[in-house]
Design a protein around this ligand. Structure first.
Ligand SMILES: C[S@@+](CC[C@H](N)C(=O)[O-])C[C@H]1O[C@@H](n2cnc3c(N)ncnc32)[C@H](O)[C@@H]1O
Length: 193
């Protein structure tokens, strides 16, 4: 279902997103058509999942698919990811934040539109639980290198190994890129206590 905050200008309380604040909450920034999130929501009914997506058509598609599966643990917010992370989400509410195949903005004049910057890192630390995780994937090497440089130099974040045994479904874009034989770059970080 689509999630509409009662006020877009004050920080939410966790229980405004889903009724039970004790349940783990995972956030997918730029969830696209939502296959990844729907897969997780089906497989982990004891967790809640919030997709953030700015395109209305994609938001509607996720809502339709989630309704078809009768998923009570999945909602989608139609909003810009940086704003959502910086200004709307409550402190330390998320067990995992996923940023999967964000738009790479390859032209130099558009680099400032890229999501990963110092403010984004500070917002990650604010929104993640102390033991939470940030998971990042891209097929775009130059964007990966730039993002890794920002993430690694942010002292309140610490890189950890990607757990090869964790259940982590492929996203729609990942399926396309892997079918084309592209290399996928990935990284995992946690708050540095
Ligand atoms: C390349 S697609 C990847 C979608 C999905 N994560 C996947 O891997 O299949 C990027 C998605 O992020 C959305 N998006 C890009 N920038 C965004 C932003 N600043 N805020 C919210 N959504 C954004 C786009 O509309 C698009 O659906």
């Amino acid at each position: 279902m689509q999630f509409f905050p009662s006020d877009y200008f004050i920080k939410l309380k966790k229980e405004e997103i889903f009724p039970d604040p004790k349940r783990p909450l995972e956030i997918d920034l730029g969830c696209g058509d939502g296959s990844f999130l729907i897969n997780l929501a089906v497989n982990f009914p004891s967790k809640d999942f919030l997709g953030v997506e700015r395109l209305l058509g994609r938001v509607r598609k996720v809502c339709r698919r989630s309704l078809k599966e009768d998923l009570q643990n999945l909602k989608v917010l139609r909003l810009e990811s940086s704003y959502t992370l910086e200004w709307l989400l409550p402190d330390h509410c998320a067990s995992r934040i996923h940023l999967l195949f964000p738009d790479p903005w390859p032209k130099k004049k558009h680099h400032k539109r890229r999501l990963v910057n110092e403010q984004f890192c500070a917002s990650l630390v604010r929104v993640l639980e102390p033991n939470g995780e940030f998971l990042f994937k891209t097929d775009y090497l130059e964007y990966f290198e730039e993002s890794m440089s920002v993430l690694k130099s942010f002292i309140s974040l610490k890189e950890i190994q990607w757990d090869p045994d964790s259940y982590y479904p492929k996203t729609d874009f990942e399926k396309v890129w892997t079918d084309q034989g592209k290399i996928i770059y990935y990284a995992r970080f946690k708050p540095n206590k």
